[in-house]
Design a protein around this ligand. Structure first.
Ligand SMILES: NC(=O)c1ccc[n+]([C@@H]2O[C@H](COP(=O)([O-])OP(=O)(O)OC[C@H]3O[C@@H](n4cnc5c(N)ncnc54)[C@H](OP(=O)(O)O)[C@@H]3O)[C@@H](O)[C@H]2O)c1
Length: 324
């Protein structure tokens, strides 16, 4: 028997319970992984609260690192003893040990620790597709990235700067502004106090930006459209402040023939070849030293509810891991 954080009804952090679970043997195409570190992600709070559907009772979490303990029939992607990490697949990463489809696992190179991997597989591959695929950030671009001091934010802003872009990052406090400046942001905007559209206009001398990366959602979506240059791209990739209300697409015409996309890592990394290429790109940029993975909070797995409270109260910065 091992332990896992599970929930039997949706709701606040208090519904998360620490339970004994039986892991069982991996079936065809599956592997059993003993976790060494687990990633905390904002999406976990959507699943816990019911904003994203889950069939109950359910495990939680889709990002972790660990060691392969057993493989089922037909598995060729990993072998027993491999140090691996993953993002995606079925819920259940908040556990000491679990069974998972083996084609979601990536073998970790030397030089990437388990803690780093748990802190970056989901957030770092998200940063990868956002700035390398959804909109290819180029030298001399000026881009706007919301929640720049968060988990995805700190990784994406460092990476965009390494690609030669000028990054404008929004943040919720002066301390977060300092952190964002130390991790790729040339300019920061305190969007809780300042009008970020006016600040973007000032910083860009009226040109505005070709792309806005917005994971805040409800509170920022509409004003984010006003930060775009004509034919600019709005990348809405999360909803930390709540879901965006239905939009009359006519506003995209009025605001300058804009584009909007609502991407997910699940789509971009669905094929194993794409998953491996994205992971390799992330490993390369981290091993080069251009992107540092900041694990700024660590909680015992048992205390996942406290980690959720802190994440949702905007108390965390960078990545958070749960330890077993
Ligand atoms: N689509 C995808 O593929 C994908 C993948 C990964 C993550 N995401 C999304 O990306 C976002 C970032 O994820 P993360 O795990 O790295 O979290 P995070 O950025 O570390 O935490 C969320 C941050 O959002 C900001 N925020 C603004 N308004 C908020 C509000 N009303 N309540 C809570 N936070 C608010 C806070 O920063 P400030 O205090 O600085 O405002 C907070 O720290 C999430 O929305 C997540 O769902 C999407």
């Amino acid at each position: 028997m091992t332990h896992a954080i599970r929930f039997h009804q949706t709701g606040g952090p208090e519904i998360l319970v620490w339970e004994e679970v039986e892991v069982g043997q991996p079936g065809p195409g599956e592997a059993r992984v003993r976790h060494t570190a687990i990633g905390l992600n904002y999406v976990d709070t959507y699943v816990r609260s019911g904003a994203y559907p889950a069939s109950l009772p359910s495990g939680l979490g889709t990002e972790a690192a660990g060691v392969v303990e057993a493989v089922g029939p037909g598995v060729t992607d990993v072998k027993v003893g491999d140090r691996v990490a993953y993002s995606g697949g079925p819920q259940g990463a908040y556990s000491e040990e679990r069974v998972i489809p083996a084609d979601r696992l990536v073998v970790l190179p030397d030089g990437i620790s388990d803690q780093q991997a748990a802190a970056m597989m989901l957030k770092g591959m998200t940063a990868q597709y956002l700035i390398r695929q959804t909109y290819k950030v180029k030298e001399r671009d000026t881009i706007l990235f919301h929640a720049a001091a968060g988990g995805v934010g700190l990784i994406a802003c460092q990476w965009a700067k390494a690609l030669g872009a000028t990054v404008i990052g929004t943040v919720g406090s002066a301390e977060k502004a300092e952190l964002a400046k130390a991790h790729g942001c040339e300019h920061t905007i305190l969007y809780t106090r300042e009008n970020f559209v006016e600040r973007v206009r000032e910083i860009t001398n009226g040109s505005m930006v070709p792309v806005v990366y917005d994971s805040v959602g409800k509170d920022t979506f509409s004003a984010s459209l006003d930060c775009l240059a004509p034919r600019g791209l709005m990348v809405l990739f999360g909803q930390s402040s709540g879901a965006v209300e239905p939009v009359n697409l006519g506003i995209l015409a009025q605001k300058g023939s804009l584009y909007v996309t609502r991407p997910t890592l699940g789509t971009y990394a669905a094929k194993r070849a794409d998953l491996l290429a994205m992971a390799q790109d992330l490993f390369d940029v981290v091993l080069s030293g251009k992107v540092k993975i900041e694990v700024n909070q660590t909680y015992p797995l048992k205390d996942a509810a406290k980690a959720h409270e802190d994440l949702q109260s905007r108390k965390t910065t960078g990545s958070t891991i749960l330890t077993v």
